[in-house]
Ligand binder design. Structure first.
Ligand code: HEM
Length: 450
């Protein structure tokens, strides 16, 4: 008996509320008011701005990659900072490594509900997904699917992923400019997602597309122009495709892909459609942008630091140490939000019940009290895993080993084939606060001289 034979028309929640920063009311506001109203810091000297005017929730800062100096000032002068007014209302910014750990280690006080984005979910349209749940439900659901990224599954997946990476790399043009984001990073993460979901391989770009649609900020001329358009695409294209796969898997014996695990898992097989879709989107988005942007980040950072590239080529055994350094340096998700469940004190500041608290991983990863010389990209650090890019505690990224494996195998295969991946133009960055990413990276490949 299929779990769902129909889908409620009201699943219009499938949009940026998932991870992200807006609901439709706020969208209207964004459309009707110039960005300038929110854009109060971009282009200004961080030391000339009064601290009580600081609001880091500004995509312009991240798109221009100028955020670091603002975070530095916060870490030094206001490490637990209260922003009294922003696009998403008031919120605290936590910018030091040790304070972020304190928040992560206290999930009873700092809840992941109702949202891990600064924006609240739109009332009546909440999307249940375990990243935004507290115990015990979070743990029950996480345990059901985590087998797919546990070491035994990864051992099976690695040769499959390696074959696919080799195919992608072997098809690339030599000595000719192309976009690394499109031809390598997106293609590779799309293939990996299709493998994890056992999704029809030839239709894999749909997964990337739906992930992009789910997380895009609607704007004229952009991927989606309105929240309605997003809902329509996800409701009419994404949801039916996954419902069909669910219905197929539920009638087959259990196997190792994520949909089968969800369809047969004790804690997930009775999920309502909202929860099913929420968790699917979590897995698609979670594994898509993050790995994709780390792949692009690696090429960018090695080009910006030619001494590190030389070191790597002279000693490819450094790859396993370099991968966590790329992930730290990139920090593909800049923040996670928590909400205080009671009055509490953090770093000497009084946080009130209900207050929003942003843990800025990107800032914690540049904290000199926790990481030596944090602004430098160094591929052979002593403690490369000392970073916050995967979060910490009970919500620590479920796919972290999978992501590292995928990046490691990619770099192993790149070094076997190419003398250099040369960046030949300016990288273009995503207009987003939460997802720190690239939209374009022009490169040329230099083959190894025979
Ligand atoms: C470089 C790649 C990746 C980065 C930087 C990253 C980052 C993160 C972060 C910051 C969190 C929230 C942690 C917290 O709140 O403390 C998270 C959670 C999660 N990630 Fe990843 N992620 C990556 C790759 C992946 C992949 C490949 C998957 C696919 C399986 C995945 C699935 C998840 C899931 C399911 C969660 C929710 C965990 C929970 O709430 O218990 N991630 N990730």
């Amino acid at each position: 008996m299929p779990l769902f034979s129909y889908v409620k028309g009201s699943i219009l929640w499938l949009d940026a509320h998932i991870f992200f920063n807006i609901n439709s009311e706020q969208e209207d506001l964004i459309m009707s008011v110039s960005r300038d109203q929110f854009n109060t810091m971009f282009g200004r000297d961080p030391y000339s701005i009064p601290l009580d005017e600081f609001d880091m929730n500004q995509p312009e800062l991240f798109q221009s990659n100028t955020q670091d100096a603002y975070f530095k000032r916060l870490r030094e002068e206001a490490p637990i900072h209260y922003c009294k007014d922003s696009e998403h209302g008031p919120y605290w910014s936590v910018t030091r490594f040790k304070d972020i750990m304190e928040v992560e280690n206290n999930p009873e006080v700092f809840s992941s509900e109702p949202s891990i984005a600064l924006a609240d979910p739109e009332e009546g349209f909440e999307i249940p997904m375990f990243i935004a749940m507290d115990e015990p439900k979070h743990g029950d659901q996480r345990r059901t699917v985590q087998g797919v990224v546990a070491p035994p599954s990864l051992a099976i997946l690695e040769p499959v992923i390696r074959d696919r990476i080799c195919e992608i790399l072997d098809a690339l043009p030599l000595n000719e400019t192309f976009d690394w984001v499109d031809k390598v990073s997106i293609e590779l993460t799309g293939q990996m997602l299709a493998t994890l979901f056992d999704f029809p391989f030839e239709e894999r770009r749909k997964l990337t597309y739906w992930s992009d649609v789910a997380t895009a900020i609607p704007a004229p001329g952009e991927l989606i122009e309105s929240l309605d358009q997003r809902s329509e695409i996800l409701l009419n294209e994404c949801l039916p495709a996954f419902v069909e796969l669910w219905n197929k898997r539920v009638n087959e014996p259990p196997k190792g892909d994520l949909i089968s695990m969800l369809a047969h898992g004790k804690e997930t097989r009775d999920m309502d459609p909202m929860e099913f879709m929420g968790n699917l989107i979590l897995l698609i988005v979670g594994g898509n942008d993050t790995t994709r942007n780390s792949l692009t980040g690696g090429v960018t950072f090695l080009n910006e630091n030619p001494d590190q590239y030389d070191k790597l080529r002279a000693n490819p055994e450094l790859i396993p140490k370099m991968i966590p350094e790329i992930i730290r340096y990139q920090t593909p998700l800049t923040l996670m939000r928590r909400t205080a469940t009671r009055d509490t004190v953090l770093g000497g500041k009084n946080i009130k019940e209900g207050d929003k608290v942003a843990m800025w991983f990107l800032s914690g990863n540049r904290d000199p009290d926790a990481i030596d010389n944090p602004d430098a990209f160094i591929i052979d650090r002593k403690l490369p895993r000392q970073h916050l890019s995967f979060g910490f505690g009970i919500h620590r990224c479920m796919g972290n080993r999978l992501a590292e494996m995928q990046l490691r195998v990619t770099w192993e295969e790149i070094l076997k084939r190419f003398e250099k991946v040369d960046v030949v133009g300016t990288p273009e960055r995503a207009y987003s606060v939460l997802v720190r990413g690239f939209t374009k990276l022009p490169v040329q490949l230099r083959p190894i001289a025979k």
